[in-house]
Design a protein. Sequence first.
Length: 107
Amino acid sequence: ITSRFTPERGYIIESRRGGGGCIKIVRKQMHKSEYLMHFFYAIGDAIDENETAAYLKNLLGNSIINEREYAMMYNALSGAALTDVPLPLKEKVRADIFRHIILALMG
């Protein structure tokens, strides 16, 4: 479930454990600021290039960003742009940059 219904694809998963537990998967329409805040927290402390591409495609598909912004963000967050960053830090640096971009979009 968690591999198909991921935050980068626009889903929110809520699970409750216990006697009458359940799993609730929601893909709901959110306002731009809500959507961006959800992405901000979903990015976490580190993110790889494939996850980043999925998040960006989701933002584009939901008209949060346009094609030009998508291309700029994709290139800025790509492995090629982070070539000089040491491998152990690359995913952390990418996440930091991505979160700052999300904050700029919220403003």
